[in-house]
Design a binder for this molecule. Structure first.
Ligand code: CA
Ligand code: CA
Length: 140
């Protein structure tokens, strides 16, 4: 399974993540880091992810997001995009969107409290929608 791994770090201990890594994986194997052009395209995703408060203090890489699309009909538009928020190998929480009629728009957004503010609400669903939209701009 191919996925994009996003890692946010707060090496300065400022309480805000200020270092982001974008890496493409196949299973447990690192394929490559995002190129400069991809980093540019992923800038908005990084900003949205930083609001999810799922980052590492120092330079740890334990906490991260794995995001991937599923397109069983192989028609160019994904049927689902899934987001797994990890602590090391363990999935701590998840979100997903589904395109039920395969028209390229996601009717179903499944999301809990992705930004860890204690409330599962429309803001979380908007963050999931934004993360998915921004992820799909790199065409992975
Ligand atoms: Ca649809
Ligand atoms: Ca929330």
């Amino acid at each position: 399974m191919r996925y994009l791994k996003v890692i946010a770090q707060d090496p300065s201990g400022s309480g805000q993540p200020d270092s982001l890594h974008f890496r493409f994986y196949e299973g447990e194997q690192l394929l490559r880091e995002a190129t400069a052009l991809e980093r540019q395209r992923l800038k908005a995703l990084g900003a949205t992810y930083s609001k999810c408060a799922w980052y590492n203090t120092g330079e740890s890489e334990e906490r991260h997001l794995r995001i991937f699309s599923l397109n069983p009909s192989v028609d160019g538009t994904p049927e689902s995009v899934r987001l797994h928020f990890h602590e090391g190998p363990t999935i701590i929480y998840k979100a997903a969107v589904h395109d039920l009629d395969n028209d390229g728009a996601f009717e179903v957004i499944l999301s809990g409290d992705v930004d860890n503010d204690g409330y599962a609400n429309r803001t979380d669903r908007n963050r999931v929608r934004a993360l998915v939209r921004e992820f799909l701009t790199v065409g992975w």
